[in-house]
Design a protein. Structure first.
Length: 401
């Protein structure tokens, strides 16, 4: 009881000290009035103020917490949007990669098939389990093809790994075939080079002259073959394309080169190179081959198309014709009895240029025949001896090794 009494006395002293009875005075029109505030009223008012302030504090805290929650939600939505944008970019990248890989494999297969007479068991057929390029551009098709929505979000479909493995297998098979075709092509180029060297013609010089002639009349739109890996020098397809191009150029050149003799039936009366001059009896250089025949009216036919550069009298050559066959090849025909062409005529294989004769510095009816390459005379008999092999090579079509 003493403790309770003591607490009551302290509470009373605090009440009297902090909450004594107070009056609020008003003066209006000379009259003075006042309002008295009892200690109880003061305590009740203070309690009300504390409650209002507490409510304001709680409301402010709640408001700011709610705003932070909204900001957090907005942040998460922004991150989700960024993740979706990344996913969309990844989907588009996968689309481009798959379509590009499919096209590359298809183009390679078409190219390999073009080098073969018909598909063989060594050439794998391509059945691509992917949308067509047109279908692949449709977002819905691509999304359903590449991704599925799981509890953890969008995930790539496992079949992509299988598709990639299939592509790698096909790529490896095609590279193996390309390597075999490259070996066969290089062997054919080596055989052509051997024929040319026997005839005294440098392969690289021949191709260079052919390129110079070709550049005088070429054109068309620029369509790069990047899908055939042309930038990769070590890629077998790149090497095969280059080797095939070189072989085709060589075959075309040989098919139109003056390899065959201009007479069907002939006998060589004087060979190319050093000989005793028939008039002076001293050694002299003979820059061609002399052909004789029993028929003194035998027509002379060119063995590859060309343009007549000269047709007329040419001193010791007598009646003389010179034909430009292109690619650095020129043929000359001397001692003709009759000329049947004129300068500027365009001739095709088998056309007659004149009749064999004995005009000019000649001891009898014969044809003086010369072959020039890159401004220098070559031995026509080397061309004639290599003609059979060269024609076979020119007609050959490289197929499966």
């Amino acid at each position: 009881m003493g403790v309770v009494r003591t607490l009551r006395l302290k509470a009373e002293r605090l009440r009297r000290r902090y909450f004594p009875e107070r009056q609020l005075y008003f003066r209006a029109n000379g009259d003075v009035r006042f309002i008295s505030f009892s200690p109880r009223a003061q305590m009740v008012g203070l309690g009300a103020c504390v409650c209002v302030l507490s409510w304001m504090v709680v409301a402010s805290v709640t408001f700011f917490n709610g705003d932070a929650s909204v900001q957090e939600k907005e942040r998460r939505l922004k991150e989700m949007a960024q993740d979706y944008a990344k996913l969309d970019a990844e989907m588009q990248r996968l689309q481009r990669d798959v379509v590009s890989a499919a096209r590359r494999l298809t183009e390679r297969q078409d190219y390999l098939n073009s080098l073969l007479e018909k598909p063989t068991s060594d050439v794998p057929s391509i059945e691509l389990p992917i949308p067509s390029p047109e279908q692949a551009t449709q977002r819905s098709d691509l999304q359903s093809f590449f991704f599925r929505l799981t509890g953890d979000g969008w995930r790539a479909v496992a079949d992509i790994d299988n598709l990639s493995a299939n592509f790698e297998t096909l790529d490896e098979q095609q590279r193996t075939i390309a390597a075999k075709l490259l070996s066969a092509t290089d062997s054919s180029i080596a055989a052509v080079d051997k024929v040319l060297r026997k005839a005294g013609v440098d392969k690289n010089k021949l191709l260079s002259l052919a390129d110079e002639a070709a550049l005088s009349g070429v054109g068309g739109p620029y369509i790069p073959l990047d899908s055939m890996d042309l930038l990769d020098e070590s890629d077998p397809f790149n090497q095969l394309l280059r080797s095939q191009s070189e072989l085709e150029r060589l075959q075309t050149i040989l098919a139109n080169a003056p390899l065959q003799p201009p007479l069907d039936n002939y006998r060589v009366s004087s060979h190319y190179g050093g000989r005793l001059d028939p008039f002076r009896g001293s050694w002299a250089r003979h820059s061609g081959v002399d052909f004789t025949t029993l028929d003194t009216k035998t027509p002379i036919a060119i063995r590859s198309g060309g343009v007549v550069r000269t047709a007329g009298w040419n001193g010791a050559y007598g009646r003389f014709v010179e034909v430009d066959h292109g690619n650095g090849f020129v043929t000359r025909y001397g001692h003709l009895r009759k000329i049947m062409v004129k300068k500027g005529d365009t001739l095709k294989t088998g056309d007659s240029i004149g009749l064999i004769g004995s005009s000019g510095r000649s001891t009898g009816t014969h044809l003086h025949y010369e072959i020039w390459f890159d401004g220098k005379p070559l031995n026509p008999m080397k061309f004639i001896k290599a003609a059979k092999d060269a024609v076979v090579l020119a007609r050959a079509d490289v197929s499966a090794p």
